[in-house]
Design a protein around this ligand. Structure first.
Ligand SMILES: NC(=O)c1ccc[n+]([C@@H]2O[C@H](COP(=O)([O-])OP(=O)(O)OC[C@H]3O[C@@H](n4cnc5c(N)ncnc54)[C@H](O)[C@@H]3O)[C@@H](O)[C@H]2O)c1
Length: 339
């Protein structure tokens, strides 16, 4: 039987590198397309694997992207390539929109011209922005973006929705906030950074403690994307919230879970910093359609970060380099000639 080939744009990233690993284990051929904003370290473990091809390329360059699609026979495309996060997008706003919107359009148009079977787009639950405090939002709820990041994702969703009649199947996955260890572990994400602060300083600063977010382990994200790839049932209803309904928490709940595991931690609640974003999300549609259950809980994620720091598999240097401010600095450095 011929192996399927999946092109993962953004395959060197936090989610991307975990997905590469997952699909290689499932015997897929993987083409990783990435311009390596955060370096190459995350893909080194895969470079010698026979089913893995790496192409260093910027998705904003339509001609070069198109050439890749005419060179290789590609069955599935997963677009994870983006400038991710509100502050990151604000830091290099023009480049961020160009990447998140035009880059996605380039990939989709190329995929369509080269008879790819399925196009999976990574969107975000951030699109819900400010939701009513009571009850859950679902895929039909009104979107309330409060950042350029969410706006660029919503514009991309709308572009993809306008392409629905064509032959290429589209799936839009609005992911919850990720956590857990990957080959490039991000520390601008709440669970990861709170856990690190609890270990390092024995205290965690929490602002906007009552705001709700859904959380999902990066390995569960890879499982969800895999289910989306192999799912044969065609669905006209192409938008799915991607996470698990039981993992919606307020920031205070999350911080208290960390205290349960690291009881010497004190919590400092800061009432002066507010965050407009709050959303509690229903993932019933995904849970029912793909019949998928959560494998990696929030407690698992906290213990995993703890263990990786204890064993020095996550070094201080690596953690600091992936904190929010350093992340933005890395972006400014990488794009210094364009910004
Ligand atoms: N991490 C989360 O909590 C989360 C939540 C919801 C949605 N998402 C979405 O999932 C996707 C992956 O997120 P992540 O956390 O892995 O982010 P990441 O920043 O770790 O990965 C993004 C990858 O895209 C690459 N990239 C950026 N610009 C590019 C360009 N112009 N051309 C080619 N490659 C480019 C980067 O080098 C990086 O490897 C993003 O689309 C993001 O919006 C992430």
């Amino acid at each position: 039987m011929n192996k399927s080939t999946t092109l993962i744009a953004g395959g060197a990233g936090y989610i991307g590198s975990t997905l590469v690993n997952f699909l290689l284990k499932k015997n897929h051929k993987v083409i990783c397309l990435d311009n390596l904003v955060y370096g190459k370290k995350s893909i080194i473990p895969f470079l010698k694997k026979k089913n893995f091809i790496f192409i260093k390329q910027d998705i904003r360059d339509y001609k070069k992207v198109k050439k890749i699609f005419s060179t290789y026979k590609i069955d599935y495309v997963v677009n994870l390539a983006a400038i991710v996060g509100d502050k990151q997008c604000k830091t290099i706003s023009k480049i961020a929109y160009d990447t998140n919107f035009n880059g996605n359009t380039n990939l989709f148009n190329s995929a369509q011209e080269c008879s790819v079977k399925k196009y999976i787009f990574a969107s975000t639950c951030s699109n819900y922005g400010i939701a009513k405090p009571n009850g859950y939002v679902d895929e039909k709820s009104k979107l309330n973006p409060v950042s350029l990041y969410a706006e660029s994702k919503i514009d991309s969703e709308n572009f993809l929705l306008s392409q629905i009649n064509k032959n290429l199947e589209i799936l839009i996955l609005r992911f919850a906030t990720a956590f857990g260890v990957s080959f490039r572990t991000r520390f601008d994400l709440t669970l990861n950074s709170f856990t690190y602060e609890a270990i390092k300083n024995k205290k965690v600063g929490v602002f906007a403690k009552d705001t709700w977010r859904p959380y999902v382990h990066v390995k569960d994200i890879a499982r969800i994307i895999y289910f989306a790839i192999i799912n044969k049932k065609k669905n006209n209803n192409i938008i799915f919230n991607a996470g698990f309904t039981k993992s919606n928490l307020t920031k205070e709940d999350l911080a208290k879970k960390i205290v349960n595991i690291l009881p010497k931690t004190s919590l400092n609640f800061d009432p002066n910093i507010t965050d407009l974003r709050t959303y509690k999300v229903s993932f019933r549609k995904l849970e029912n359609t793909f019949n998928i259950k959560q494998k990696y809980s929030i407690d698992f994620g906290i213990k995993e970060i703890l263990l990786n720091i204890k064993k020095k598999l996550l070094t201080e240097n690596e953690i600091k380099n992936n904190y929010l401010d350093r992340n933005c600095l890395n972006l400014l450095r990488f794009y210094k000639n364009e910004n």
